[in-house]
Design a protein around this ligand. Structure first.
Ligand SMILES: NC(=O)c1ccc[n+]([C@@H]2O[C@H](COP(=O)([O-])OP(=O)(O)OC[C@H]3O[C@@H](n4cnc5c(N)ncnc54)[C@H](OP(=O)(O)O)[C@@H]3O)[C@@H](O)[C@H]2O)c1
Length: 342
């Protein structure tokens, strides 16, 4: 039986990825620091505790050898070297990177989003051939590029598929952007403001679709870089409408033509001045990838999970990463003040 080791298995991408590999007949060692298990996993999955920072522990989990390593928590060149150092014992790898590696033709990218005129003017859609920022230690994106380059350079020893994920969504997300609309409905907010006319597009990526890409790449080892996003990039207004429909809410939406009119008012986690949309055709060509779920189809389980996760708790406590990334997500007082013209 083919054996896979999944590092970061109990997270939002790991859970469906492990399940997809198990369904495909893999014998899966599902590793994370806590050793957590998903309830959907069956007997083909062995959950183990592993801190990938410990080289010896990682080597022990790989053991005499495995056919596949899937790495959800690889963030820099050092993490790449951990895998390539074990190349003789690993058949192939699938490693999660990010679409934040891309830069536009002026050198703007995710690291310059907040600089004056620093928002990248990407082509629509962005293909994998788009230039990336230079590798380095400075930021999340430069480290991801360093990770990718290190892996791709050693592709002859360890065939590796790099998956550049968009805005990941699904149950167990540490950064559930959907909470922006879900919590407003749970709080009974009747009005909302959407900047940029609600037309912003920031490409989402269902963890289930990424899991499908993992499954396909595992079955066809190779050295390649592929975008990992949903079939469509809905507008913010489209995302809002899909969540409204699911939750049976009919809030009043005020569309503002330009940027957020006052501080965080109108700024959702997808509110961008220019489209950030990725080309998924290479995955189709390389792996015969077909998305398993649309954005709308993915929402019910995410919204249900968010409801349960939030019940009776403070959102900042439940989602600390989200609160750090978007501290003013629910500044209702600012919205009301703007709406009343004060
Ligand atoms: N969120 C996004 O929108 C987004 C966008 C683009 C790319 N990505 C990429 O997606 C990946 C994250 O995947 P995810 O969203 O599934 O993450 P996640 O939900 O935060 O899950 C992380 C998983 O890794 C485990 N883990 C964390 N540190 C570990 C360590 N040192 N050793 C072993 N296991 C460890 C966690 O469990 P324990 O805590 O028990 O260890 C958990 O199983 C990253 O590569 C990130 O760059 C995310």
């Amino acid at each position: 039986m083919r054996r896979a080791v999944v590092i970061g298995a109990s997270g939002q991408i790991g859970r469906p990825a492990v399940a997809a590999l198990e369904r495909d007949g893999w014998d899966v060692t599902a590793a994370s620091r806590g050793g957590g298990r998903d309830e959907s996993w069956g007997p083909g999955v062995r959950a183990v505790r592993l801190d990938r920072a410990d080289d010896g522990a990682l080597a022990a989990v790989v053991g005499d050898g495995c056919d596949l390593v899937v790495d959800m928590v690889a963030y820099d060149a050092g993490h790449a070297r951990q895998l390539t150092d074990l190349a003789g014992r690993i058949g192939s790898a699938v490693v999660i990177s990010s679409v934040s590696v891309y830069e536009d033709d002026k050198g703007w990218g995710f690291d310059t989003l907040d600089e004056p005129d620093g928002f990248p003017a990407y082509p629509v859609p962005v293909a994998e051939t788009q230039p990336t920022v230079a590798p380095g230690e400075a930021t999340y994106s430069t480290r991801k590029v360093a990770l990718e380059r290190e892996l791709l350079a050693k592709g002859a020893d360890l065939p590796t598929t790099v998956l550049r994920a968009g805005a990941v969504h699904g149950p167990y997300s540490p950064l559930p952007r959907e909470l922006y609309f879900v919590k407003r409905h749970l709080d009974g907010r009747n009005g909302r403001v959407l900047a940029y006319g609600g037309e912003s597009r920031f490409h989402p990526a269902s963890a289930r679709n990424i899991a499908e890409l993992v499954r396909l790449a595992a079955a066809r080892p190779g050295t390649r870089v592929l975008n990992a996003c949903d079939p469509q990039a809905p507008t913010v207004a489209g995302i809002a409408a899909a969540i409204d429909a699911l939750m049976g809410a009919e809030p009043q939406t005020t569309l503002v033509a330009g940027p957020p009119p006052a501080g965080s008012v109108g700024r959702t986690p997808w509110s961008v001045p220019l489209p950030v949309v990725f080309d998924m055709s290479a995955a189709g060509r390389e792996l015969d990838y077909r998305p398993v779920v649309s954005y709308e189809e993915s929402l019910p389980e995410t919204v249900e999970w968010l409801r349960r996760r939030l019940a009776g708790g403070d959102w900042r406590e439940r989602f600390p990463l989200l609160a750090r990334a978007y501290p003013d997500l629910f500044d209702y007082a600012a919205e009301d003040a703007w709406a009343s013209g004060t």
